[in-house]
Design a protein around this ligand. Sequence first.
Ligand SMILES: O=C(O)CCC(=O)C(=O)O
Length: 504
Amino acid sequence: MKNILEASYDEIFDVGYWKELVPFLTVCGEKRGKETKRKKKTVNRFLKPEDLRAHKYTECGAIREKLVEDGYCVISNKAQVTELLFDEPSGPSFPEETARQPGKAVSNITSEKYFKLIAALRKAVLVLDQAGWPATFLAVYDEVWELAELYQQFMLKLTSNRNVFAYDIVGFYTKCGTGFSPHRDRQPEDWQPKGHAPEDPRTTFDAETKLAKYLTAWIGLSDATPENSCLHYVSAKADPGYWDGDDGECDADATVNGKNDPMSKVFFNKNHSFQDIRAAAVRSGGFNLHTHRVIHWGSKGDAHVVEKKPRIAFSFAFTNNTEGPFEPANVLAKEKMFRTVQPPHGVRNSSSGEISETAFGIRLQNLAERVSLCAGQVIVYSTLGLADSPGWVTVAGSMVRKEHLPKIFKMFKKSEQTFHSHYKKEINDKFLLMMQSGVSVSTSRSLGSRDSLDSRDTQELAFVDRQSDSEAEETMLDAMLDAERVHCARERKSQPPKKKMRRK
Ligand SMILES: O=C(O)CCC(=O)C(=O)O
């Protein structure tokens, strides 16, 4: 089987290649060897208006409370997962208020199927990695979209139909044993170009539900423990920058190289809030929810454990654009993909009174769109390589290096018409940046202070430049010129001047 470096574009955009690679999963309704006889399954499943219950925000009470207070929530074991995601009794594991909601779950996945799905996806990441494919490419397969739909149902319930799938997906395979370094998922420089002008983080929470406008569901495809690396969170209660932002005045000892350092603000003050760090271990199939403001990271596991039981995870982000754009979904709504319905009586969803279109039929229809999305995501996270090499390896997998980004960029370009302009711009900008790297940068996932926390040589691991052959160089040049053209065209359309960040 050809790996990511050997496969041609024709092969990469051929369903047969992916079916052959992971025969136990399905690609766009097809399993290996069955494509000719079998009628294609309808892969796009719309919710019917009658399926959608009026989700009041008293539902999932304890989880909401935890997310509002701390900025994260850990659903660590099978009983909790079963109780929250499925309408199946599993014994009391949550306080009364979060207990099962009446009514049938909209998704047709049972908890038994869910845990089988998780196991299959874990296995598939290992197969993909052997062929050099980053774990994010799991989203080529239908099973990931089934999972996304299930989590979408849950998010609708949790957020009273406000946070919908944003097509911001990431696969993590912590082969080297270390996840992402400490960061917040979103800073003003991330949300301002996407349509939300205020810098104040408080405005990035829903006025009524108080829930974040960007929520991530991070799902353990394997057990994630302190031994093999798991997420760690700093409670919002101990983190002044969570609500106030990371600029503004602070003590001299909370700065690094003259810049505010959010981690120092948390730990080097009179509270020394080290005990507010929570190790968010989950069993496979368990999940964490977190907001875009919570400081979190993937810890460093024990090398001996990691070798035998590496940590594998997959995340989906859900955004709330009901009070005005905050972060529109990466994928454009298309009539054939989405539809808009009136919300059930009593549910306030948006100023227009309609539920966001992306709440329905969230599966990407065809392989080219799926490959493009996965490739786009790898480019988005490639800037990690400038400040967080182990984090980048977790996303990139075992073969992808900087010199392969042009090939991945070209995969993204194949279906770029599927994507929102803010997403295309982000990818073009990041790709250009990476091609010109050497330049130091703070990425959207950075706290802007990561270098001070992690002084590892950023050239190690994934970013060792290799001698490119002439074909690779040519592809790189083509792709760069292409990106530059898009970039210039966009600049010419003249965007409103970007507000300068205050830094004292
Ligand atoms: O898995 C990891 O190491 C990092 C995950 C993360 O930062 C996220 O999902 O926001």
